[in-house]
Design a protein around this ligand. Structure first.
Ligand SMILES: [Zn+2]
Length: 135
C-alpha cells in the first residue's frame, strides 16, 4: 500500500462523518472541505493503539484528530466506525512507515493529515473548476 492509497481510504472514511454539527454553537459543517476551511487543527492526531504499541488491535481504542470550532469548542474526528480490517491495513502501513522514516506515530499522522487536507482541498478546487466550465 502506498501513501496515496492510505490518503484515499482516510478521505473516503472521514467524508462519512459529514455533515457534522458543533454541539455547542450549532455550526454545521457540510463537508470535510467545509470543516477544513472553518476550523483549526489542535495538536497532532493521536492513535491510542499505536501509542500503546498495539498495531493490530482487536478492540481498537481509536485514532483522534482534534480541531477547534470558530466558537472555541473542540471537535474530534475519530476512527470509530471504521472496519477493523481496514484499520489494520492502515496501521500495518503506519508501522512500516514509522520504522522506515524513524518517526513517531504522532509525527506520521501529522504528515498524513496535512497531505489528506491538501488532497481534500485539491478535490474541491477541481470540482469548482468543473462547475464553472461545463462541457
Ligand atoms: Zn462551535
Amino acid at each position: 500500500m502506498e501513501e496515496n492509497d492510505v490518503i484515499e481510504i482516510v478521505k473516503e472514511f472521514i467524508a462519512t462523518k459529514f455533515p457534522k454539527e458543533c454541539e455547542c454553537c450549532g455550526r454545521r459543517y457540510d463537508s470535510f472541505a467545509d470543516f477544513l476551511h472553518n476550523t483549526f487543527h489542535l495538536g497532532k492526531p493521536m492513535s491510542y493503539d499505536a501509542e500503546s504499541g498495539d498495531w493490530q488491535p482487536v478492540e481498537p481504542l481509536g485514532t483522534l484528530s482534534m480541531a477547534t470550532c470558530s466558537c472555541g469548542t473542540t471537535l474530534a474526528i475519530s476512527s470509530s466506525g471504521m472496519n477493523v480490517k481496514t484499520l489494520w491495513r492502515l496501521m500495518k502501513w503506519a508501522k512500516t512507515e514509522t520504522e522506515e522514516r524513524g518517526i513517531s506515530p504522532g509525527e506520521l499522522l501529522n504528515t498524513l493529515r496535512s497531505r489528506t487536507d491538501e488532497s481534500v482541498l485539491r478535490d474541491e478546487a477541481t470540482r469548482e473548476t468543473e462547475r464553472k466550465q461545463p462541457d
